[in-house]
Design a protein around this ligand. Structure first.
Ligand SMILES: Nc1c(NC[C@H](O)[C@H](O)[C@H](O)CO)[nH]c(=O)[nH]c1=O
Ligand SMILES: CC(=O)[C@@H](O)COP(=O)(O)O
Length: 137
């Protein structure tokens, strides 16, 4: 059994609650345990995972980045994804469930467990990478 850390960027409360529901259900269905920590936004998620890297078996990044009026969307969406990918390439088992959408409607569809369930999808990805990590250790 693995212990998985969910790191949520709690920028949109209601959307995160939906993503967390799917991620937790997927982890529990696979027979693993989970804990959750909260950071202000998606830019803080990679740093939080780096700080906790030695304490958990795998990680699920959860959050929602919705485009606003400025270039900041590209920074938040792109840099959080880039940093998570870099840590994956360093061997951490991470699933990325940070939504990057044009509007809230797109985010809702992807956050709902009964629709696209991107939280559950990210959790399953983290578990898959953990299994590969163990296979190639
Ligand atoms: N606009 C969104 C943000 N912005 C905040 C940043 O992630 C970060 O917390 C801030 O720049 C301080 O370092 N974060 C999201 O998760 N979603 C957004 O839509
Ligand atoms: C993704 C963001 O950072 C965004 O919410 C910020 O909105 P704005 O670009 O209008 O400042």
């Amino acid at each position: 059994m693995a212990n998985i850390l969910i790191v949520e960027a709690r920028f949109y409360e209601h959307l995160n609650d939906l993503l967390l529901e799917g991620a937790r259900a997927a982890i529990e269905a696979a027979g693993h345990t989970h804990e959750t920590i909260t950071v202000p936004g998606a830019l803080e998620v990679p740093g939080a995972i780096a700080l906790a890297a030695d304490a958990y078996d795998a990680f699920v990044a959860i959050g929602v980045v919705i485009r606003g009026e400025t270039y900041h969307f590209e920074i938040v969406a792109g840099e959080s994804a880039r940093a998570l990918m870099a840590m994956t390439l360093d061997g951490l088992a991470i699933g990325n469930g940070i939504l990057t959408t044009e509007n809230e409607a797109q985010a809702l569809t992807r956050a709902r467990r009964t629709e696209k369930d991107k939280g559950g999808e990210a959790a399953k990805a983290a578990i898959a990478m953990l299994e590969l990590q163990k296979r190639f250790a």
